[in-house]
Design a protein around this ligand. Structure first.
Ligand code: X90
Length: 276
């Protein structure tokens, strides 16, 4: 009997071949337009629309009912959410877990607050899959995932923090800095929130700062996932720099889906990696 894995779409992982996996979409709202972060979303069209749209835009997390639906009729479920410090997704998932377990006393849902976003959720999903393949039990996986979470870090590079600031997810003063032409903010997910670390000059400066930061924070050559929003060229440069230092590292470049693209904006990178 297999486990089911469900994650909200901040994971940038919409499907997982041959695994009982479901992505639960967040939504991007702009006026009377609603973009659902699923496989049908036309990302470029969304970004284009947002560029010209002058009104208020925001996002909405899945509710309890949407999580319940995703649980389906599985007996053992791993449920992975974006940081509870910035979204109601985790809270809704907890409520869904309580309702689900009450309705089905023999079923179990383990909800994981990643205190992060993007690549870190994806890395947890992949770890669960690997542990299941090793034959680990549900309880064993829960314990091992808690330990794995401690070894995950997330860095971001943003050219614009406008949508984060407009939605109260980052200090407007930090957003103002990033608004200056050529300045990129490099920061980390610390304690479940965005922690700005540097104001870097241009792409070159940002790349240099990222390398310094990931080394200082303990990266030494494991998995390194670069998620990009319309910025393959910078992602490729970063990949090269990492491989120069750690030729054995597993470096992957993957696109962001809707939710992360909305907040990271065009040019943004989210980087998830393992430390020892
Ligand atoms: O509930 C909702 O509407 C979703 C709100 C999400 C707000 C933050 C999303 C951040 C996405 C930006 C760079 C990575 C930041 C990591 C912070 C822990 C991506």
């Amino acid at each position: 009997m297999g486990f089911k894995i469900v994650s909200d779409s901040s994971s940038n992982l919409l499907s997982y071949p041959n695994i009982d996996y479901v992505s639960v979409p967040l939504k991007i709202l702009a006026g009377d337009k609603e973009f659902i972060d699923n496989e049908d979303l036309d990302l470029e069209a969304m970004l284009q629309y947002l560029k010209t749209y002058k009104g208020k835009s925001g996002t909405a997390c899945p509710g309890q009912g949407e999580w319940m639906e995703a649980f389906g009729d599985a007996e053992q479920i791993f449920c992975i959410t974006i940081t509870s410090k910035l979204s109601g997704s985790y809270n809704a998932a907890r409520l869904a877990k309580e309702e689900y377990e009450e309705m089905h006393p023999n079923r179990k849902v383990y909800v994981i607050d990643t205190m992060s976003a993007g690549a870190n959720l994806k890395m947890i999903v992949e770890k669960i899959v690997a542990l299941e393949k090793e034959g680990k039990s549900f309880e064993e996986i829960c314990t091992l995932i808690e330990a794995y979470k401690e070894r995950l870090e997330l860095i971001f590079v943003l050219e614009s923090l406008t949508n984060l600031a407009n939605n109260g997810r980052v200090n407007p003063a930090v957003a103002k800095v990033a608004g200056v032409l050529g300045i990129r903010v490099v920061g980390a997910a610390d304690d479940g929130v965005l922690n700005p670390l540097t104001k870097s000059r241009g792409e070159k400066g940002a790349l240099k700062d990222i390398i310094k930061i990931v080394k200082e924070r303990g990266y030494c050559g494991g998995t390194f996932i670069i998620e990009e929003c319309m910025n393959l060229s910078m992602a490729n440069k970063l990949k090269e720099l990492i491989l120069e230092m750690y030729p054995e590292a597993e470096v992957r470049i993957e696109p962001m889906t809707g939710l992360c693209s909305f907040y990271a904006e065009k040019g943004g990178l989210i980087i998830g990696y393992e430390i020892k």
